[in-house]
Design a protein around this ligand. Structure first.
Ligand code: SF4
Ligand code: SF4
Length: 134
């Protein structure tokens, strides 16, 4: 590149707004249909395992629901799909194939974590806990 052109470019960049943002102080713009963290609503899930069978990344493990949760009669095996977000490719095939529209999708993209990063907390929060008397 010739020197005058280079100088012009340098001066332009000196006064223009930066192309980057100061994340996390400034938030990223999220597209309308962004595929973020998703989880099964266990009040709708029947534990049929179809999403787990169809997952191309093999990241959904059918898991027993802990005994202290009220489970709908439509889920006699008391199983739910546990998603490991560390392996998920966010293709949303699980959401598409679920015959009961049990999946909840969100635009949450901040998935970095030092702890276990799966859907257990979100899914179990959709069920009532059994209150023990005494
Ligand atoms: S979004 Fe795709 S990769 Fe992730 S859990 Fe669902 S089917 Fe599996
Ligand atoms: S396909 Fe739907 S109903 Fe079946 S286990 Fe997955 S979330 Fe539950």
């Amino acid at each position: 590149m010739r020197k005058p052109k280079l100088l012009k470019l340098a001066l332009e960049n000196l006064v223009s707004k930066p192309a980057t943002i100061q994340y996390p102080y400034e938030q990223t713009v999220i597209e309308k249909d962004f595929r973020g963290r998703h989880y099964a609503d266990l009040s709708k899930c029947t534990g049929c395992s179809l999403c787990s069978i169809e997952c191309p990344a093999d990241t959904i493990k059918m898991t027993p629901i802990p005994p202290d949760y009220e489970v709908p009669k439509s889920n006699p095996r008391r199983l739910y799909p546990l998603i490991n977000y560390g392996r998920c490719v966010f293709c949303y095939r699980c959401i598409t194939v679920c015959p009961f529209n049990a999946y909840v999708s969100t635009s949450e993209h901040r998935l970095a974590d030092t702890a276990k990063n799966d859907s257990s907390e979100l899914s179990l929060s959709t069920l009532k806990k059994i209150v023990k008397e005494g």
